[in-house]
Design a protein around this ligand. Structure first.
Ligand code: PLP
Length: 428
């Protein structure tokens, strides 16, 4: 496997960009080695600067549910771009996007577009504080909600991957108002509301945690969060930046039939271009400027190019057969990888929901960040490298999910499982 060109590019990059990357997890620090530089993608495959081909299970960390360079998405982008990139004035496509989102997501009556998931969460938190007049926010250890100050306490994704507890640069004040509890531990949420319910503006949760590896909610967890927040007058925020339109058209809220007060979206609704959105109850959303006093704005918010990619993606996802195919292929992958490890007597605990999955290198069970951290990270790193060498591109961290797209074929999955079987056989 040739790596000369990627190596040279990385050498150059580290002199110019901190760590050589524009987002930390891409640097391969948790698994060792250097990242291949990707030149292009097509369907389920990506190709690096040295001409190596990989089956891609990262999908840009979630947006590419239709695979790389889908012709219809590219067509929509190109058509929108011909008409101008951005206006700073209302456009029809924003209304259409809002219509589709509010129709699909049970908890969203009104929605505002922004340019990233981080911005969506940051805005939803400000709105929650403005609406309730309270200051504290509950989040869960290992859940990632973007990199705004108050959400960096005990975060998942790159923060978990690099083992960073918090982040210098975040003031004590910002961290002080964030209460961090264990995912799936309803009792601790109950106790916290008993102790200080009147101070809590919102509880934010990934309804299916996907940034400490994939960890589904235990039975009754989301329903419990709903009833506790409702009782105390705090808002329930579902961060569906990953799960929105991935776990089905109605996201995790439809899947589990639990309606949050506010919802954060991103990734898929931009079809691979920068986007975010937050929405929810009309009475809460109407507190936003210009209707209400809570300020929130954005130069490129709702720009027609991002929205054209997102809108085309959502339209294509209306074909329900896509979700059943995703489910079936992801099941095949997850079961295949687990069986390959088990046959070689390697302890793994595998989780899957819809098209997202993780193989934890631990006996398990994995139900929260503490148990996820019990994974053998060296064993994961060695598996990751062996798979990469065999043309399988997984996320370079135990604490990320694998994403299947509609472009992944049965053959892709079988090839991936065979690569894992080969590796585990060599081990045993
Ligand atoms: N929320 C969740 C659940 C995420 O997974 C992410 C990013 O991975 C974010 C928020 C932040 O989104 P962005 O990276 O677009 O700022």
């Amino acid at each position: 496997m040739k790596t000369d060109k990627s190596k040279k590019l990385f050498e150059k990059a580290v002199g110019l960009i901190p760590g050589g990357v524009n987002s930390p997890v891409r640097a391969f620090k948790a698994v060792g080695g250097e990242p291949p530089f990707i030149q292009r993608g097509s369907g389920s495959k990506i190709f690096d600067a040295d001409g190596n081909e990989y089956i891609d299970y990262v999908g840009s960390y979630g947006p590419l549910i239709l695979g790389h360079a889908h012709p219809k998405v590219l067509g929509a982008i190109s058509e929108a771009a011909q008409n101008g990139l951005t206006f700073g004035a209302p456009t029809e496509i924003e209304v259409e996007m809002a219509r589709l989102i509010t129709k699909a997501m049970p908890g969203v009556e009104k929605v505002r577009m922004v340019s990233s998931g981080t911005e969506a969460v940051m805005s939803a938190l400000r709105l929650s504080r403005g609406f309730t007049g309270r200051t504290k926010i509950i989040k869960f250890d290992g859940c990632y909600h973007g990199h705004s100050d108050s959400m960096l306490a005990a975060a998942g994704s790159g923060v978990a991957t690099l083992g960073i507890a918090g982040s210098p640069g975040v003031t004590d004040g910002a961290a002080e108002d964030t209460i961090v509890l264990d995912y799936n531990d309803l009792e601790s949420v109950e106790k916290t509301f008993e102790r200080m319910g009147e101070d809590i503006a919102a509880l934010i949760v990934e309804p299916v945690a996907a940034n400490m590896g994939l960890i589904p909610p235990t039975e009754g967890f989301l329903e419990g969060l709903k009833s506790l927040t409702q009782k105390s007058g705090a808002l329930l925020i579902f961060d569906e930046v990953i799960t929105g339109f991935r776990l089905g058209l109605s996201g995790a809220q439809g899947f589990y039939d639990v309606k949050p007060d506010l919802t954060c979206l991103g990734k898929i609704i931009g079809g691979g271009l920068p986007v975010g959105a937050f929405g929810g109850r009309s009475d809460v959303m109407d507190q936003l400027a210009p209707n209400g006093p809570v300020y929130q704005a954005g130069t490129l918010s709702g720009n027609p190019v991002s929205l054209s990619a997102g809108l085309m993606t959502l339209k294509l996802l209306a074909d329900k057969a896509i979700y059943s195919q995703l489910d079936e292929r992801a099941k095949r992958l997850s079961e295949g990888l687990e069986a390959a490890a088990t046959a070689a007597k390697v302890d793994v605990f595998s989780t899957r929901l819809g098209s997202m999955s993780t193989v934890f290198f631990t006996k398990g069970p994995v139900i929260d960040y503490k148990s996820a951290k019990g994974s053998d990270l060296k064993a994961f790193a060695s598996f990751f490298k062996a798979m990469l060498k065999r043309g399988i591109y997984l996320a370079p961290s135990q604490f990320e999910a694998a994403f299947i797209s509609a472009a992944h074929s049965q053959e892709d999955i079988d090839k991936t499982v065979r690569a894992a079987e080969e590796y585990f056989l060599e081990l045993s």
